[in-house]
Design a protein around this ligand. Structure first.
Ligand code: SAM
Length: 289
């Protein structure tokens, strides 16, 4: 079969069907084989793996995934792409296509049915208009994933990889650090896609922790503190936390907690890592009792 992830391979397929690119679905198809090779080799796919692909498009990434993986489960929203994907890969018993919006799929149930005890890895060139919701859904659903290797906007990659204290570091970075580690696989110029997007891209890999790196008594409160800490970045932690959330303790008690934990009331949230956020959350619990 001809390689799909090239300009020629992509044109051949889309000219064969009544297909028009849908901007609303973030359709920028990968047409650079060297980037595809980096995605596939960094994902380290074997026949033991079931790969969940979000947004297969015309199958540029699906094609090599099917060569390497034991199974590929692909979720695609666009009606136009379903007959194309079925024609390309429908004959392959290791390919399962789900025609749905990924944000509306019960992923736990799907993977229980399809992965049957295999290791599960996510590999995708994500639709950029919902990159963060998809990543957070994958992490927060506590799916038994080994890794997530995804193409995202460069800006999102920078945010997810930022260390505490950096301008790019935000609530999503701190929350994500609770679930996984993150690394940059490669930067990807705009010309590697058809059509070219307006922004640069990057491939990142998230490796999921088997157990969270910090012990937190009250996870819901821990995430509420992270959100509150970044809600008003210029304010001190004491002020932003008291004005954005209610933790069931007074402002003076919160000031005491911040001082007692060594974090300090005038610190800004953006300097804290998940260890400090966990310490703060547990200390608030103790103060409330
Ligand atoms: N994987 C292909 C590639 O690399 O060339 C296409 C990637 S393109 C950036 C994003 C794909 O996600 C498109 O095929 C688009 O139709 C699909 N998509 C967009 N929104 C989606 C959603 N909510 N659920 C599932 N697929 C979606």
């Amino acid at each position: 079969m001809q390689k799909i992830a090239t300009v020629e391979g992509t044109k051949n397929i889309i000219n064969k069907y009544p297909f028009a690119f849908q901007k609303k679905f973030g359709q920028n198809f990968l047409v650079e084989p060297s980037i595809l090779d980096k995605i596939i080799s960094s994902a380290n796919i074997t026949k033991e793996d079931c790969v969940l692909e979000i947004g297969p498009g015309i199958g540029s990434v699906t094609q090599p995934l099917l060569e390497k993986a034991g199974k590929v489960v692909a979720i695609e929203i666009d009606n136009q792409l379903i007959p194309i994907l079925n024609e390309q890969f429908g004959h392959n018993e290791h390919f399962k296509l789900i025609h749905k919006d990924v944000l509306k799929v019960d992923l736990q149930q799907l993977l229980d049915e399809e992965a049957c005890g295999m290791k599960i890895k996510v590999v995708a060139n994500l639709p950029y208009y919902i990159t963060t919701p998809i990543i957070m859904l994958l992490l927060e659903s506590r799916l038994p994933l080994e890794s997530i290797t995804v193409m995202v906007q460069k800006e999102v990659a920078d945010r997810l990889n930022a260390p505490a204290g950096n301008k790019q570091y935000g609530a999503i970075t701190a929350s994500m650090n609770y679930y996984c580690t993150s690394k940059l696989v490669t930067n990807v110029p705009r010309q590697c896609f058809m059509p070219s997007p307006n922004v640069s891209s990057a491939v990142i890999q998230l490796n999921l922790h088997k157990t969270p790196p910090v012990d937190v008594g009250n996870e819901e409160q821990f995430f509420k503190i992270i959100k509150g800490a970044f809600a008003q970045r210029r304010k001190t932690l004491l002020n932003t936390l008291t004005s954005t959330s209610d933790f069931g303790i007074s402002k003076d008690q919160l000031r005491d907690v911040l001082e007692e934990t060594g974090i300090g009331a005038s610190t800004r949230g953006e300097t804290l890592g998940i260890y400090e956020f966990a310490k703060l959350s547990d200390a608030i619990d103790t103060k409330r009792i």
